[in-house]
Structures are given as C-alpha cells and as structure tokens.
Design a protein around this ligand. Sequence first.
Ligand code: C2O
Ligand code: CU
Length: 554
Amino acid sequence: PPLQPFVDALPILETRPAAGELAAISMPHRYHRDLPETRSWGYDRSVLGPNLEAWRDRPTRISFRNELGTHVLAPHVDLTMHGVTELDRTDPRMTVHLHGGANSPDADGHPLIGWRNGGRATYAYGGRQEAATLWYHDHAMGITRLNIQAGLAGMYYVRDEFDTGRADNPLGLPSGEFEIPLIVQDRTFNPDGSIQPMVGIYIPQGYNQSGQLGDVACVNGVVWPHLEVRRTLYRFRVLNGSNSRPYIFELSNGLPFSVIGNDLGLLDAPVPARSIRVSPGERIDLLIDFSGLRDGDAVELINTAYNDLGNTVFMVPELRPIMRFTVAGAGPPAAIPPRLRGGPGLPEPLEPLATPDSVRTMTLIGLNDDARAEAVFPTLMALNNLAFLSEDVDIARAGTVEQWDIVNTTPFDHPIHIHLARMRVIGRQPIFTFSYWIANPPPAFGIRWSPSADGYPRGPQEPAPAWESGWKDSVECPTDTITRVLVYWPSVAELGFDPDAPLHVPAGAEAVAASGPHDGHSMSSSPPIRGYVWHCHNLDHADHDMMQQIRVTP
Ligand code: C2O
Ligand code: CU
C-alpha cells in the first residue's frame, strides 16, 4: 500500500558548533512509520548530519572520518563512471564539500581526493563570508549521487553580528525553536525499506540522464512529516537536497510567505511570494506567519512543479505533498521585519549588479554515450562539450567579475553550481536552440564548444524575480535558454589564501585515478587535479561528466 503522508513528526536536527570531529557512519533509520528500517548513512549519529553553526571570520576546523563500512547502495555503484572501482562497493570513498563556503582548494572536498574506511581529512574553514545558509555534503566522484541519497548531507549556518540566531538579533528574525532547517529530498523506497536510486522506467537505459526522481518527499530524513507550530512567525531554512528534482513550493491554503534570503545571504527586504522554484542545491530562507490561523488548522507545504524536466516527453511522477504544519497554541508576538539590509544596525544593502570585466559563453550539451550504445536519447550531459578532467581547464582571475552566459541546449533544466564564487542572476532569455545548433555545429566530444547564442533570441530577457535577487551559488538554467549570471570571484585579500595553490592529498586519503575505464572515452593519462569545480547539481549529471575543473589565479 502507498505510504500515508503526515504520520511521522518532523525530526529537528541537532544544532551544534561547526568544529571537532564528525564520523560518517552507517546506521538503521526509519523513514516512515510503515516502512522497515533502512540501512542509511549520516554524519555522526543519525541520517543526514547535525546542523552546524559557524561564525563569520572565525576560522574553524572539522575532521571528517570515514566509518561507512560497505556501500549501502553497492549494487548501484556503476563501474563505468569516472574514478569508480569495485572497491567503492566494499570500501567506499568519501569527500566533503562545504557548499557555498569560500575555502582553500585543500579544504574544498575535491571530487577526486577521497578517503576510505578508517581514513579522515581535517578541513580548515575560514568563515570569511556573511551570514548564510550553507550545506555540507559528499562529493566523491562517480558515487556522489548514491552517497548523498544514503544520507551524507547536512546544514551549515554561517552567523554574524546581524543574524545571530539569538532572540535579540538586530534583524528581529525568529530564532531558537522558531528557526527550523528543512532538508527536502525525494526518494523511492523498496518494500523492504531499502532506497531505490534508479529511475529506469522513465528512460530505459538507466542512470544519469534525467536523474533520480523519487515518488515520496522526505524532510529531514522522514517521509512527508508533520510539524506542530504555534500561532506566530517561523523562519524556515529550506534546502533542496534532492538529487535531481526541482520544486515549486507553495502553501496549500494560498498563504503567502516571505522570502528573506537566497543561497548566500539576505535580501534587502522580505519579498512576499506565493510560489518559488527551488532547484537541487539551492537554499531559500523563508518566513511563514501562522499567527492568523486557528488552532487545529492544517497547512501543507506543497510542490506544484508537475513536469520537472522542462520537457513533456518525459512522464515525470508528480510529487505534490511535502509536509504538513498543524497549528496548536499561541506563540510569542513577532512581526515580519520591514528591512533586512541598509539602515542603522543592518547589513550593507545589496550592491547594484556590477559591470563585468569579461563575458564568457558556457554551454550545456547532451551527447550520446559510447558505453551505452543502446541509448535512444542523449545519455551524457556535458559542459562546453568537454569530459570531466579535460585538459582544457577554464581559468578565472581572483577579484574579477565575469558574466557567464549559460546556454542550455539540452531538453532538461540544469541547476549550475560554481565553487568558491558568488553569483547574482541577471536574467534568462529563451533562444531558438535548433537554429543556434545548426549554425554552430558542435565538434567531436572533448573539443570545447561554446559559441555565443546572442543571435538566436526567442523573446526578451526576463530579469531575475525579486525573490532571486540576492547572492547565489547555484542557479537554475532552463532548457532552450541563456541564463546570464554575474560571477564574483573573491580577491586573494578577501580569501586570505591562494586559490590556485596545488592540492595536497591528506594523509590517509588518496587521489582517485580518474583515467580508469570511463564510458569508453579515452581520458588524459595523468589529469591535472587542481583548483575548484563547477557543475550541474543534478547529482546524476555531476557524476556523469557534467562537471569541470576551474582554476582561480591570483
Ligand atoms: Cu553542492 Cu560541488 O556541490
Ligand atoms: Cu544537469
């Protein structure tokens, strides 16, 4: 029988200082009252990880230990993928990326430097950024989509003098029990409770094209939970931690919420919205005011994105319910703050969009994958027509602002994430992809292809909606569209380290040989492991070549 929604309580993830040691472990976990226990992974004690709290400009160190045992999704470890070997089934690699953190290459969790059972790495995080909703998650090349589904993801708040997380914060934001992280992840469970990470029914050849689209929503590791709320204002720090599914969040009673922040910090003022799109990897900081409701009222957080891949060819399963709030009892008085930035006691206002120092076109392209010859549809998603670990590495200059015109020629939407940089969205312009493609035919896979698409407009550029006007590190790039963003590379002075420093492999970790039998594409024999990565945050895409390294030079 189908699982009943709203029968289990929302787990409140433990908040603790971002320091010390976190062991990645395996444990049984109950995702739903009526499901058998699932062998899952998590950082420290339970599935997912504690909600880590760091402070601006206070450097910290966290030691991540691997005690995972065998891979809980071992049968799904795909040996044709980059850097993956048989050993990943019995002694899986892990690496940890602090998503949204401005950290040195050594502490950034490069996908090709991993450690196995008994190994550990200690990462130094500088904290040189304003208050924001970051998250930490696994990033081991070729198995990231499985490691995160198994439970390796957690929230990470950066606090500062304005957003203190305490009741006396100068912004007047809800805090304590009224500030709640929501990690939203879709999953498919087998009747025995195990996770089914594959969606072979939608595209017959299996992995890596559309990605994982589950038929139930988990929040904080529980299927369709419920939360009892008081009649007052709440702050929800929402993370789309799903592998592939974007959501359009709404409240079932049409109640508007107030968007107060994007991935990397606060907006100038709360933006009222009835519906917002949140793609994998993105965070949205929300206020919901339950004070006008009556005891016993139930409001559901729902998803109205029915066809999530931007293409009607694919029968994507609808996933409407997410979780339920039930109103019970009075709460402390609270009001939505009129302003969040600019003004006495508030952070500096968002700066107007900068004039870029340079402009690049970056393309998203779907290709046929030699290793899956039966494919009837592009099964490999790539950036600029390059395989991961191409020798043709992009180089950016620290302290500059680039405009990236991200041209999506594939039939899917892709959330593009850049490590180290901060972004602002300029806007999105639809294009005639077919004409663009015919006029600029792509060369063989492995040769850069990134012609400008400016000459193929299908309509005017839509500016970013007000609720998306803040600092971003991940940006939704719809199909047949140029998504124009400003990429702000921090300067060396801001960072306090050399972003182009060579990577060290920590003692007990290993650099993965990425030249293994990959997809039949011949790889460089000794690829350079250097700098940062940018990639699609559809994890099935990231694992399968939709990722590139990028060096940031002083
Ligand atoms: Cu959230 Cu490169 O990752
Ligand atoms: Cu993608």
